[in-house]
Design a protein around this ligand. Structure first.
Ligand SMILES: [Zn+2]
Length: 300
């Protein structure tokens, strides 16, 4: 297996066996720049998408199956941000945010999570195609950050003590983002049957304090390798194991054939209404902003 760059566009697994804890640390650089380049969002929205993509990468790297998929979706009833969607499949990330630019401008330069989302929900869907399984957890978008909303996802829907930290920063005009997710493993090693969960396990507050001591600058620093960061946080522990690292890429799965098949499901009359002045049906992929021009005669 080719070695993975542990500074950028990767997620690294970390285990602290004596404390029954495991985690993931991830950082995005060029992948994030590529995703953002197709959207041209204002900085507040770029930061939000950067953090959401790191969170998606952290969740995605928890998957055991190579073809498993994670979809993170934040939806609001009447927020400045209407919809945020990110997904992860086989190390590929993509995402977009639908928002109201005018209301965003009124919210100021550093709006809180509540100012952006108002009353909203965070849904995280785990798809395991091989096992024909799908699991979805939904929590209210509460707290002051996406990280705290993710933490309550684990607390409420999985009842696993967890800590999540996310950060994004612009360095020399380029975005970098990083995050960590650590969890208490109730009965020791990964993969064992979970017999019971003690939310007050004495080892957990210690791990949470060490993981929580991470600084935003450390998460986003492209010079600080992920394994070095793990060591910096947990070096006082008897044993810190680094697990497999996964490279992260930008990817979109939109394709003209799929777009045609979607259009074909509309009745003929409605399809005719979609035809533009140039005689083509134009469909944009929200994830990557690719615009598809479909010949009406090719459909149906
Ligand atoms: Zn696309």
């Amino acid at each position: 297996m080719p070695s993975v760059d542990l500074n950028l566009d990767a997620a690294l697994g970390v285990a602290i066996p004596a404390r029954n804890a495991r985690g993931r640390i991830a950082r995005l650089g060029p992948v994030l720049v590529q995703v953002l380049a197709s959207h041209r969002y204002p900085p507040v929205i770029e930061r939000l998408l950067a953090e959401a993509l790191v969170l998606t990468a952290l969740f995605g790297s928890l998957l055991k199956e190579a073809d498993g998929q994670i979809t993170l979706q934040a939806q609001t009833e009447n927020g400045v941000v209407d919809l945020l969607v990110c997904d992860y499949l086989s190390g590929e990330l993509r995402g977009y945010i639908r928002h109201d630019p005018d209301r965003l401008a009124e919210a100021g330069p550093n709006p809180s999570l509540f100012a952006l989302f108002g009353k909203g929900y965070l849904a995280i869907t785990f798809d395991h195609p091989g096992m024909k399984e799908r699991y979805q957890g939904i929590v209210p978008l509460e707290g002051d950050s996406l990280a705290s909303a993710a933490q309550s996802f684990f607390a409420q829907s999985e009842q696993i003590p967890s800590i999540v930290r996310l950060a994004a920063a612009k360095r020399d005009d380029r975005w970098f983002a990083g995050g960590l997710l650590f969890q208490h493993l109730p009965e020791g090693e990964e993969g064992r049957e979970r017999l019971h969960t003690r939310l007050d396990h004495p080892d957990w507050p210690h791990v949470a304090a060490l993981a929580g001591s991470v600084k935003d600058e450390e998460l986003t620093d492209p010079e600080l390798a992920l394994d070095d960061l793990a060591w910096r946080l947990f070096h006082e522990e008897a044993e810190v194991r680094t697990l497999a690292a996964a490279p992260l890429k930008r990817g979109c799965r939109c394709d003209p054939d799929y777009v045609r098949s979607v259009i074909a499901r509309f009745p003929q009359e409605e399809r005719m209404e979609m035809v533009g002045d140039d005689g083509m049906i134009r469909v944009d992929c929200e994830f990557c902003s690719t615009s598809f021009a479909i010949e009406p005669a090719d459909v149906g």
